[in-house]
Design a binder for this molecule. Structure first.
Ligand code: 13P
Length: 258
């Protein structure tokens, strides 16, 4: 069984915490969070802080490392980009793909998300494919259609084995950084749709694919979201920047993935 087939608590630091800040974050966090073998904790620092985080978590193999983005290209003249091979070499095991900020601010397409998933898998890393609808799409009743389209497009170039090993994160755009969290029921409803679609692709093995919820998660609402049906973990932005709050979120009670 691969190590991520457990509830997953993932911190997306976005463009926050440089190397020195990441180090002091980790001093505070590791002092407050003891290793637990019933969950996986993943940190997604800025690419420039990956080396500092890797160094700081060396004594803590329970803490895993990921990057927030990689290029669709393997290597070459792509100024400012980082490849999946570089991410692997830098010690990352996971890569966020298709985060809504990449899609909506940087115009990343479903085709690029699919290509990035391929690069990630080719380099032995695990993609965390992010999907989620805007408020307008939700109000038009298109949530299911939007997330299914993003999911199917994102995995369209992966084989079954790679899909079985991936992670999917549902992050409604209207809940990201807004303080407006989806209810546990909202999250469950969408996670059920995603799980059914994954089952259509890989059958029974879909049960082992962690489905994370993200969007204004904090230490107060983490437990109720984690208790919701089909929610196997959390992808946390703002609240993961505070080591005390992040340690509290990582210590929430979790359900086993069956
Ligand atoms: P917030 O937790 O800040 O809403 O961000 C969620 C997110 O985008 C994580 O990837």
């Amino acid at each position: 069984m691969s190590s991520h087939r457990r509830p997953v608590l993932a911190a997306n630091w976005k463009m926050n915490l440089g190397p020195a800040e990441a180090e002091s974050f980790l001093d505070g966090f590791v002092a407050r969070y003891e290793p637990r073998d019933d969950r996986t904790v993943i940190l997604f620092p800025s690419a420039l802080a990956v080396a500092a985080v890797r160094q700081a978590i060396q004594p803590r193999p329970d803490l895993r490392l990921g990057v927030q983005n990689v290029s669709t290209e393997q290597k070459g003249a792509f100024t400012g980009e980082n490849s999946a091979a570089m991410a692997a070499g830098a010690g990352a095991s996971f890569v966020l793909v298709g985060h809504s900020e990449r899609r909506h601010i940087f115009g990343e397409t479903d085709v690029q998300a699919a290509q990035k998933c391929v690069r990630v898998v080719e380099n032995g890393l695990v993609p965390v494919l992010c999907v989620g609808e805007t408020i307008e799409q939700r109000e038009r009743g298109e949530t299911g259609e939007v997330v299914l389209h993003q999911l199917r497009a994102g995995v369209s170039m992966l084989n079954h084995e790679a899909i079985r090993e991936m992670i999917v994160a549902y992050e409604p755009v209207w809940a990201i950084g807004t303080g407006r969290t989806a209810t546990p029921q909202d999250a469950s409803d969408v996670h059920l749709v995603l799980r059914a679609a994954l089952a259509g692709l890989v059958g029974e093995n879909a049960r082992g694919i962690p489905l994370l919820y993200g969007g204004s998660v904090n230490a107060k609402n983490a437990s109720s979201l984690l208790a919701a049906a089909e929610v196997d973990g959390l992808l946390v932005g703002g609240a993961s920047l505070d080591p005390v709050q992040w340690a509290e979120i990582c210590s929430s009670s979790v359900q086993r993935i069956t």
